[in-house]
Design a protein around this ligand. Structure first.
Ligand code: ADP
Length: 468
């Protein structure tokens, strides 16, 4: 069975969030299953990976976007170093930039990406069994293969759409239809939602099946989905929740080259302490006090707007008996407020930016990881932290509900119900109670490390879905 994963992100080439981690790992694990050949297609970026690896040109052609003729080149990484065939679509002027997102003309970029992929496949007579589309950036592919005469060759190919984050739907004005490959105009409704072209809605309507990255998140989408609730309810017969795994080869505390002190079950407690001491020293924190960490985008869906108040309130209430360290970036108000508190409180440190190495060090060093998410489709941070023996303190929502159970019911983490400052601080107080019981704390470190979040199970679930 040949599967092409279509995505704008893939670790380690280009990562903005969890989408990259999933697309960098899932195909690798699928390829370990007999009879499966999973590949990845992504846009070309000016990233170190593309200069450090050898690529061959496997296709050179043209597509039309409105009256513009665009050159499309498909480059294949020669050695399959990532555990799957990697193809990168280069469209000079549109898909040859530094980053996946943040450009004014992103609608043109993603349209060209999708059209370029399908044009290449048709021209080269590549007919996969499955086209697996990830998020709205490739959400129009199911519509295009079924309804655009230009891609008639792929008409019978089955399509799957995975929603990693339903907050982003890629809505465009209907003017963009002028830049689409030709389609029968009476089919416009398959791309429409409330008078806009909506690629995510179109993916839900047109894909043979669609998935969300946890069961908990799927349930929530029936009730709240930025306007698409009724659509998911309508299409629920082809909806599946499949929880993400983590790449346990990359995220292995025993071998992770990004850690200062590697550790395993036997020496976790002592080695984590050393990691923490080093990190605290670097950031002027106090290694003898518990360390709470937050890693992520400063967006309201992550509850990041609550963090400044959580910082001052928890430090005040505990009389300075804890440390907090935050790694992330995004909303400038939150960034500035946290920077201000960094100067004000000796127990608090923030590092603004995207730093893969530092994130690994924090997962390994912290005692507790905070996730006050309002929306969390799956969440990978809690799984990384658990694998690194760090206790997750999470809001009971989406994928967090599916992966973190509270200690009061036999789990190894802490849950709270509301994304509000008081609830978070209350959960932190519970965490402080645990921290002061040495044996309980050590048992929890080991219990968290013991959880199995490897990809194998979920990779099998996707294959079962493809087969069906
Ligand atoms: P998202 O909604 O952002 O995709 P996920 O929990 O699915 O959330 O994935 C987040 C991923 O991005 C994790 O691998 C996390 O470690 C990483 N990450 C987020 N922010 C940063 C940052 N500032 N520096 C390094 N890694 C980060």
């Amino acid at each position: 069975m040949v599967i092409y994963h279509l995505s704008t992100e893939c670790y380690p080439i280009a990562k903005v969030g969890g989408l990259a981690d999933v697309v960098g790992a899932l195909p690798k694990y699928q390829n370990k299953i007999k009879g499966i050949n999973a590949k990845v297609v992504m846009p070309w970026y000016n990233k170190p990976f593309v200069y450090d690896h050898e690529f061959e040109l496997v296709f050179d052609g043209f597509i039309h976007q409105g009256s513009n003729m665009l050159q499309v080149q498909v480059m294949k990484e020669k050695s399959d170093v990532l555990g799957f065939e990697l193809y990168m679509v280069k469209i000079p002027g549109l898909l040859d930039r530094d980053n996946p997102y943040g450009y004014q003309d992103e609608s043109f970029q993603f349209l060209a990406f999708q059209q370029g992929i399908l044009h290449w496949m048709c021209a080269m007579e590549i007919k996969p069994d499955i086209l697996h589309c990830h998020d709205y950036h490739t959400g129009l592919v199911p519509f295009m293969v079924k309804n655009c005469p230009e891609f008639q060759f792929l008409k019978d190919v089955k399509t799957i759409g995975t929603i990693h984050n339903g907050e982003y739907q890629g809505m465009m004005s209907w003017n963009m239809a002028n830049y689409m490959p030709a389609f029968d105009s009476y089919k416009w409704g398959l791309m429409d939602w409330n008078g806009m072209m909506n690629p995510l809605a179109s993916m839900i309507k047109c894909a043979d099946a669609f998935t969300t990255v946890s069961e908990g998140y799927l349930e929530e989408l029936f009730i709240s989905f930025r306007g698409l609730e009724s659509l998911v309810r309508q299409e629920f017969g082809k909806a599946y929740g499949i929880i993400n795994g983590i790449d346990t080869e990359v995220w292995n505390p025993a071998t992770d080259p990004m850690l200062d002190f590697n550790f395993n079950h036997e020496n976790a407690v002592a080695q984590k302490k050393k990691n923490k001491e080093k990190l605290c020293k670097e950031y002027g924190l106090k290694p003898n006090l518990p360390l709470f960490a937050f890693i992520g985008r400063f967006a309201t869906e992550k509850g990041a707007d609550l963090l400044p108040d959580v910082v001052w309130k928890s430090i005040k209430q505990s009389y300075g008996a804890l440390n907090i360290m935050i790694l992330g970036s995004g909303n400038t108000y939150i960034e500035n407020k946290l920077k201000e508190y960094d100067y004000t409180y000796t127990n608090f440190a923030v590092d603004l930016g995207y730093k893969e190495h530092l994130s690994h060090k924090i997962y390994a060093s912290a005692d507790f990881l905070l996730m006050p998410s309002r929306v969390e489709p799956c969440g990978l941070n809690q799984m990384y932290s658990m694998r690194y023996g760090t206790i997750p303190v999470v809001r009971y929502t989406g994928g967090l509900k599916d992966t973190v159970e509270d200690i009061s019911t036999g789990g190894a983490g802490l849950n709270f119900t509301y994304a509000g400052v008081d609830d978070i601080v209350h959960a932190m107080n519970r965490a402080l109670g645990i921290y002061n019981q040495k044996k309980v704390m050590e048992d929890l470190i080991h219990a968290n490390m013991n959880f199995d979040f490897s990809w194998e199970k979920s990779a099998e679930k996707y294959i079962a879905l493809y087969n069906s």
